[in-house]
Design a protein around this ligand. Structure first.
Ligand code: GLC
Length: 489
């Protein structure tokens, strides 16, 4: 790999070592494919206390590197592991005070709610630049994910004046979710970093706060987000989360690359967590999974009953209200609904109330449970994803991979990845609706249930098309490689 492009992929999460949401799936799956394409890509992440070192053995490779923070000198150690079953090196930065305690994020919604979390990721960002000289490895591209490392391009620009070896490093900033911005009071951030407004011009854009995702957007050499449609949507006030102006200024360097999924991990023909493996050749085995999940959830076991599933973080993004409003329609049609997720209290309550109202037809499981999730993907007929906005979305891709037809709103990555059912030629792999209203969503639920009940042949045709859908990382990885090449040209 002597002449290959060197990339350091900086992330707060990585599946399976420390997983919260979709970011972890991307971090665990994209670097290995880029590595196969010949990129010398390595990952850097915090060494959280929750990492299970029996499962993921980590070796200490450097100790006592100084990081100046909050008017003090903190020490970090660097550990090394690999993304399981791959050759991709992961560097874990260890510092008990800032990185070692608690889980990945401090709140179960994964949205910032305390200065402790802001400190954690500012510290992580600051700790990345001093590691290169210890490693004797300088990346060509620093690929930064989300607000957690949004300050990194700016810190790099500043540090280049002191460490000339850093001058050649270019930055790519990937926005996985513009809604989660990492914003905090300016004076607290500046004091912690030991900086003032004058050090970095972009820090002066807001009078009161520093918005870390905005910093990434303003300072990175190139920016991308995780679908083509979302890359356009975020230029509008409806989806721009207040940053549409900053994004518009950088429109020429803003790209959209649609995520894939790890097709080895999400594979109905080998998945160890589901009751019966299946593929195009033995689709009938999908029914074994359906009956299994019906039984687990205490619902009537009957393969003819349409079974709708939803697996999600319970946040304002995900359209939980629409799902609640559709329950009556589903119940009236004799269908069943299984919900799995955790998050905001009001939505957890909404889900529990649905189950209380329709105990025969609705099962709400308030938890994060990766094994149960696989069983729901495999056993459901329909997967619901009526998001208000969706940068890419992984649930719809996993669902299709398991022959479960998604009902999605035409936004972001949902729009880019789910071809709508066309009743004329019976093509498509799911059902798509436009407006974010209960009426519009319920209409699409009825449309799906109608095909399910009255046109089983064409339903099966859709299931086959979903199973055949290519959601691999191959295309996306090539597009990332093109961006890396553009950066170092
Ligand atoms: C965030 C987005 C989701 C995307 C994921 C990975 O979780 O909300 O749409 O799929 O990041 O990029």
């Amino acid at each position: 790999m002597n002449n290959s492009i060197k990339v350091l992929f900086a992330t707060a999460e990585l599946n399976p070592i420390a997983k919260v949401g979709g970011l972890a799936d991307v971090a665990g799956a994209l670097p290995p494919i880029l590595h196969e394409l010949g990129v010398d890509i390595r990952v850097v992440m915090p060494k959280y206390g929750i990492i299970d070192e029996n499962k993921y053995p980590c070796k200490k490779i450097h100790s006592d590197i100084d990081v100046t923070i909050d008017n003090n000198t903190e020490k970090i150690d660097i550990y090394e592991t690999k993304i399981p079953d791959t050759e991709v090196i992961v560097y874990l930065i260890d510092n008990h005070k800032y990185l070692g305690q608690n889980g990945v994020y401090f709140d179960k919604t994964a949205f910032v709610d305390s200065i402790g979390e802001v400190h954690r990721f500012l510290f992580f960002s600051k700790a990345i630049l001093p590691i290169f000289s210890s490693l004797n490895w300088y990346p060509d591209v620093l690929h930064c994910q989300d607000w957690h490392v949004g300050i990194l391009p700016a810190l790099l620009n500043l540090e280049e004046t002191k460490q000339p070896e850093l001058e050649k490093i270019k930055t790519l900033f990937t926005v996985h979710n513009l809604a989660n911005q990492g914003s905090w009071e300016k004076s607290e951030i500046l004091d912690f970093l030991g900086l003032s407004d004058d050090n970095i011009p972009s820090l002066a854009v807001n009078p009161k706060d520093i918005n870390l995702i905005q910093q990434g957007i303003m300072n990175a050499d190139l920016i991308n987000t995780v679908s083509r449609t979302y890359a356009k949507e975020i230029l509008t006030p409806e989806y721009g989360e207040g940053l549409e102006g900053d994004l518009a200024k950088r429109k020429d360097v803003l790209f959209g690359i649609v995520n894939g999924i790890d097709q080895k991990r999400f594979n109905p023909s080998t998945d160890p967590d589901i009751a019966a493996n299946f593929s195009l050749q033995n689709i009938d085995q999908k029914m074994v999974n359906k009956k299994d999940i019906q039984k687990i959830c205490g619902l009537k076991v009957d393969e003819k009953i349409p079974l709708l599933g939803i697996i999600t973080r319970l946040t304002n993004q995900k359209g939980i209200e629409l799902v609640a409003d559709s329950a009556e329609t589903i119940v009236k049609a004799g269908g069943q609904l299984i919900l799995l997720g955790t998050g905001a209290d009001n939505y957890e309550k909404m889900m529990t109330e649905l189950q209380a109202k329709y105990p025969e037809n609705v099962h709400a499981h308030i938890a994060f449970d990766a094994v149960l999730a696989q069983k729901i993907y495999a056993g459901s007929d329909v997967f619901l994803m009526p998001s208000r906005f969706e940068p890419c979305g992984l649930g719809q891709l996993i669902a299709m991979r398991y022959g479960t037809l998604p009902i999605v709103r035409a936004t972001g990555g949902l729009k880019d990845t789910v071809p709508d059912y066309n009743p004329d030629d019976h093509t498509g792999t799911g059902f798509v609706f436009d407006e974010y209203t209960s009426a519009s969503f319920v209409k699409s639920v009825k449309r799906a249930l109608d095909v399910y009940k009255n046109d089983p042949d064409n339903w099966n045709k859709l299931v086959k098309s979903a199973l055949e859908y290519d959601s691999s990382w191959d295309t996306a990885a090539k597009e990332y490689l093109e961006l890396y090449k553009k950066l170092i040209k």
